[in-house]
Design a protein. Structure first.
Length: 459
């Protein structure tokens, strides 16, 4: 089960939304149907359902006809039989039909378990977190060894409480007192790295109009699901973290950024097909690419040879040229954002990083993956297309060597090398070595454009 989703729990007492939802559902009954267009209209706006929009228009039309008929005749007895029958049926439809309609859709409109909002995963008990085959945890202190259990062990004299000064100065500290070395930086798990994963039975069945059929993974921006649209086409749906649920201005900025991403030329990119953001849910729908990421491909099959690397460099630089032409900066170009499909490499997640940055309204926040960030990103300066060029060259180094261009130890050490040191480019073929060096220039103004990279590769 994804950490961003969990199945609806049975509450111990009614949730606060339950009472509100029942009042909302009974509005048609208490208003003799006159409130039906308003409550159904609220549901249509919240769920963005075209069918509910049609239903709202139908209920509203009934009452418009009723008021026109009342206003046209001074007495009801003067109405023709057909008009009297029509208005009566319309009132009954708005009254009892509206009541039935609200009762049917009440849970999907108000209850989070049916809206499938992203939630934080609750910690599991320790006995559920540890697999059955794992040995029990070691005790904090080793057990005492008794002579009867180990007859060959000789008695050792007790150690003095304070060793001599010379021994204290020259003897290294015991292992349990030594400071462990810093942990190396590892790339976070990213969607589509391993392809579709089987579902565990939990999580959403539908995300908007898209039926969920598999899980693609999780990243720093949200969970990604393999879905099928209404035409039976496979798509990748990224459900974003709920940072934007309350800020309408941020939502508008997010929609503008993703709308710009939809205008990117489709070659060598996974097209953005749809975007939706409401108080309950925010997701981006993109073309599903059959294949694994460049990161996983290199881990499984090793570094790319010169021909494969040249094709990869040409396709990805062409994708960046199309992205930059649309006025977008990727801001998070890296091996896990390059999918190797049957028709060649595809770049994904372009424009989403900036869109989320706009939503979070944290202009000073550093966006990107540390191993593939540019010096201007690390320094918090203005980010432009030159940042993607720097990340592109670092990605080519990874594809040629299987290692990060600026090392794989701690994040501070990696960031220091990005700012102050040049990477080793000897694993790159000679045809790409000088090009990559110019792309990794510390001054963004000295780097070539994506179009320049394509021309230098083919010439």
């Amino acid at each position: 089960m994804h950490p961003y989703w969990q199945p609806p729990q049975q509450p111990q007492k009614p949730a606060p939304n339950a009472a509100v939802s029942w009042v909302w559902a009974l509005v048609p009954l208490f208003t003799c149907g006159f409130g039906t267009p308003f409550v159904i209209g609220y549901a249509a706006a919240k769920k963005r359902s075209p069918w509910l929009v049609v239903a709202t228009g139908f209920y509203a039309l009934n009452f418009i006809v009723f008021f026109i008929a009342i206003g046209s005749y001074e007495e009801i007895d003067m109405m023709p039989t057909w008009l009297d029958t029509t208005t009566t049926l319309g009132l009954l439809a708005g009254w009892f039909g509206g009541l039935a309609n609200t009762l049917i859709i009440r849970r999907s409109v108000f209850e989070p378990g049916h809206a499938w909002q992203p939630v934080q995963q609750q910690p599991q008990p320790q006995h559920q977190q540890r697999p059955m085959h794992m040995p029990p945890p070691r005790p904090a202190y080793p057990p005492q060894h008794h002579p009867q259990q180990h007859p060959q062990q000789t008695h050792q004299p007790p150690r003095p409480a304070y060793p001599p000064q010379q021994q204290h100065m020259n003897t290294p500290p015991p292992p349990h007192m030594m400071t462990p070395p810093p942990r190396p930086y590892t790339q976070p798990t990213h969607p589509s790295t391993m392809g579709p994963q089987p579902r565990s039975g939990h999580g959403p069945k539908f995300i908007g109009p898209y039926q969920v059929i598999g899980d693609l993974g999780q990243g720093g921006q949200g969970a990604v699901h393999l879905c099928v649209d209404q035409r039976g086409r496979k798509v990748a749906v990224k459900v974003l973290h709920a940072h934007m649920a309350k800020d309408k201005d941020a939502q508008a900025r997010f929609l503008r950024e993703v709308d710009a991403a939809r205008r990117v030329a489709p070659f060598s990119t996974a097209r953005v097909l749809d975007v939706n953001i409401t108080d309950d849910l925010a997701y981006v729908v993109s073309e599903y690419v059959e294949g694994v990421s460049l990161e996983q491909l290199v881990k499984d099959q090793g570094p790319r040879n010169e021909d494969g690397l040249t094709r990869l460099a040409l396709a990805t630089s062409g994708a960046l040229a199309a992205i930059h032409k649309a006025g977008i900066v990727h801001r998070d170009f890296k091996p896990s954002n390059v999918l190797i499909g049957s028709d060649g490499p595809r770049v994904i997640d372009f424009g989403i990083a900036k869109a989320l940055d706009q939503v979070n309204a944290t202009a000073s926040q550093v966006m990107g993956t540390p191993a593939y960030m540019s010096p201007e990103q690390v320094g918090g300066r203005v980010v432009g297309p030159e940042t993607d060029i720097f990340a592109w060259a670092a990605t080519m180094v990874f594809a040629a060597s299987g290692k990060n261009a600026f090392g794989e130890d701690t994040i501070p050490a990696i960031l220091n090398r990005i700012i102050n040191h040049q990477p080793d480019l000897m694993r790159l073929p000679p045809s790409l070595r000088d090009l990559a060096a110019s792309c990794l220039d510390k001054n963004p103004q000295n780097r070539p454009t994506a179009s320049d990279i394509m021309l230098r590769i083919v010439h």
